[in-house]
Design a protein around this ligand. Structure first.
Ligand code: GUN
Length: 305
């Protein structure tokens, strides 16, 4: 049976360090670090994630402010909010929660964020710094995955990492970080042929496709490390028949509470084969939030200099 890569424990370690960092950085009456979160519309998942982010700010002593805009907001309105936050003396980090309503140009909005406040690491400035192997603000989820592996003494160097998904939030930046850590990297996507066979060659398999139960146990090489980035909410049990067989406990929770969070990996099958595996929830999710706090403190320290 696989060992669990516990994201809550790892995130707590990181948050403890950030909390101490905030205390030492603010001891001579310096203002607190500040994070601004822009949310457009009422995507229910976004509401939950942003809630976690704001709560984490409070727990480590970071000032936070949420800017809610209606789903009808025009580019000009969001741009205006970003410009104002770019100028603000009390704000070190600016985050535009994704996904945005489809009428908004997400890339254009993100590109408007001052790179020194880009705690998501999505601006061209920081993307290039990552590609060049220099210091910068980098995307939180891939940073969290690298830290989770490091904290659990999982070696990346020399390993074959297969990443499912090529988003700018996870797949692309993670592939660069894995390369920087001397892994051999394969990035796959919806057009990839022979996906199962490629996955079977992975020493480290990262699933970030947003499809419940996408990765079967039979896709996993015995002893592989499995990182599940998917957070999928299931309300209809027939959408995940595999759960019935492999995860009876979680299945009953589904029936009791009406919905259930599942990853992209069939956990019950995968844990029989893998050496290490992240659960959902309690795997990568908490790390993303912890790295956002860490990035905000870094941005604050850079600003103070
Ligand atoms: N939506 C899902 N993940 C993320 C993230 O890391 N940052 C932002 N801004 N939106 C997201």
């Amino acid at each position: 049976m696989a060992q669990i890569l516990d994201g809550k424990i790892a995130a707590q370690k990181i948050l403890d360090t950030v909390r101490e960092g905030v205390v030492t950085s603010t001891q001579y009456n310096f203002r607190k670090p500040g994070l601004a979160v822009i949310v457009v519309g009422d995507n229910p998942a976004s509401q939950v994630y942003v809630g976690h982010k704001l709560k984490a700010c409070e727990s480590v002593g970071i000032f936070s402010k949420e800017y809610r805009l209606p789903s009808s907001a025009a580019m000009e309105e969001v741009t205006l909010a970003i410009d104002e936050l770019n100028r603000s003396q009390n704000i070190d980090g600016i985050l535009v929660q994704m996904p945005l309503p489809s009428h908004l140009d997400a890339i254009n909005l993100v590109n408007r964020i001052d790179p020194s406040k880009d705690v998501d690491g999505f601006t061209p400035h920081n993307q290039i710094r990552l590609l060049q192997g220099r210091k910068g603000l980098f995307p939180c989820t891939p940073l969290g995955i690298m830290r989770l592996l490091e904290i659990n003494n999982v070696t990346v160097r020399g390993k074959h990492a297969v990443i499912l998904g090529r988003s700018i939030i996870v797949g692309k930046p993670l592939s660069t970080m894995m390369l920087e850590s001397n892994a051999t990297v394969t990035v796959t996507h919806s057009h990839t042929e022979h996906l199962k066979e490629i996955c079977q060659k992975a020493d480290i398999l990262v699933a970030a496709v947003g499809r419940p139960g996408f990765v079967h146990g039979s896709w996993i090489k015995p002893g592989a490390v499995v990182v599940d980035v998917g957070i999928n909410r299931i309300t209809n049990p027939s959408a995940a028949p595999y759960l019935k067989l492999s995860e009876p406990e979680r299945y009953s929770q589904l029936i009791n509470k009406g919905s259930l969070l599942v990853g992209d990996v069939r956990f019950g099958e995968a844990e029989q084969v893998a050496s290490f595996i992240t659960p959902v929830p309690g795997g990568v999710g908490p790390l993303t939030v912890a790295m956002l706090m860490s990035n905000t403190l870094d941005a604050y320290r850079m600003r103070k200099k």
